[in-house]
Write a protein that binds this ligand. Sequence first.
Ligand code: AMP
Length: 287
Amino acid sequence: MNVIHTIDALRRIIFENKQKGKRIGLVPTMGFLHEGHLTLATQARAENDVVIMSIFVNPTQFGPNEDFESYPRNLERDTMLAASVGVDFIFAPTVEEMYPHDGGIFIRAGHQATLLCGASRPGHFDGVLQVVAKLFNLIQPNYAYFGQKDAQQVAIIQTMVRDYNIPVELRIVPVVRENDGLAKSSRNVYLTATERSQAPAIQQALQLAKREFIESGNVDKSIQLAVKIIEANMDGSIDYLTILSYPDLTEVTSETEQVLLAVAVYIGKTRLIDNLIFSLKGEPAHV
Ligand code: AMP
């Protein structure tokens, strides 16, 4: 497996493989890999001739008081893990390589970025779209792999692909969890032992709220139930706990096909997110 740091080297690899008619799969990440990322890469391996994983902690998607500087990084370990699941190339550019010019064109996400994580992280999804659009243009993947863990991100990237006619097919992978239900995340390393022991309450709360919502169809009652469970079991504060139609992120109506039940919780210095996507009858997601 090769680690590439420059756009020139990346372009040469893409050119050669496109000429040979190879199918290219892209797995965009910020590194500090865990089983969630590796599940995306494993699926990419099964469906493509060439698998490229990008590892780039993208500064434009972090707010001024967020954890860009302290975000965990370990390229050596990531390289070993990526190789173990058959990734062919890691693209790990520097910030200067990705953003050599100031004050250029910026993509702005629409309505879908005004709520959930977008409300507490203004500009976050614009930064995500900026880096993802660049990666799509550089790598021209046939398939790009994203996790349902970041359901709002998936919905917004789907909109960009649709609205800008980007020739890529998005492949969405279900949330990979620890045995106790906590969604795997690079940020879980920030949790203290106590916080870690409390964190599975997030998933338990979502499961109970889902059951309540399927039975009663009552958004407020379902949300209150989940809030109660989180407040009783965690020393955290809830940023949002919301039920919306997915992927449009509007109010649930009788026309809604898929429901997103999403939560973000601040616990200590960590912000954890999780979600469930299901039909009004409780059938699993088909995102
Ligand atoms: P990140 O490095 O956190 O930006 O994540 C890179 C990709 O991996 C994104 O598409 C995430 O949604 C996905 N991902 C992160 N954690 C998980 C998880 N626990 N299960 C599935 N996908 C995940």
